[in-house]
Ligand binder design. Structure first.
Ligand SMILES: [Zn+2]
Length: 151
């Protein structure tokens, strides 16, 4: 007798920006936004998603794929230079790498936990562990985190 173990479904746990419910969204490459299970509006993965301290564990640490986390603040000028890069990366690796943003003013406990000394700081997580860190504006490094190489 053997028992077949079914792996848990590979899903992202994301907060719908419209109805604010947490919904499961299938991971994997896709061109079409998945509809929110609660309100039906699209949950888009092709742009960076804002993540709160409350959702960090489920969305980032529990992600089935690598996650790029941008720690930023609205008043931070250099952070804005990095935003187009993160938009580009999110659009290029949709569903294969998750790109999220954490506002350090709204999540100071996360900034402390991950020893964010200056912003922008971009972390790469895989399997719930930080595996790489980019401090300052390093577009090539951030692209490389997502597996994107410049030719
Ligand atoms: Zn919704």
């Amino acid at each position: 007798m053997t028992t077949r173990v079914t792996p848990p479904p590979a899903t992202f746990q994301l907060r719908c920006e419209f109805c604010l419910e947490r919904v499961g969204v299938p991971a994997g490459p896709t061109d079409d936004p998945h509809p929110c299970a609660s309100c039906g509006k699209p949950v888009r993965l092709d742009r960076p998603r804002k993540v709160s301290a409350e959702d960090f564990e489920a969305t980032v640490l529990g992600s089935p794929v690598p996650v790029i986390v941008d720690f930023y603040a609205d008043w931070c000028g250099p952070c804005k230079w990095l935003h187009p890069v993160l938009d580009e990366v999110a659009g290029s690796v949709t569903g294969r790498v998750l790109v999220v943003k954490v506002d350090v003013d709204r999540a100071p406990e996360l900034a402390t936990r991950y020893r964010i000394g200056s912003i922008p700081t971009v972390l790469l997580f895989r399997g719930g562990e930080e595996i790489e860190r980019s401090i300052g504006v390093e577009p090539e490094r951030v692209r490389a985190m997502a597996g994107l190489m410049r030719d």
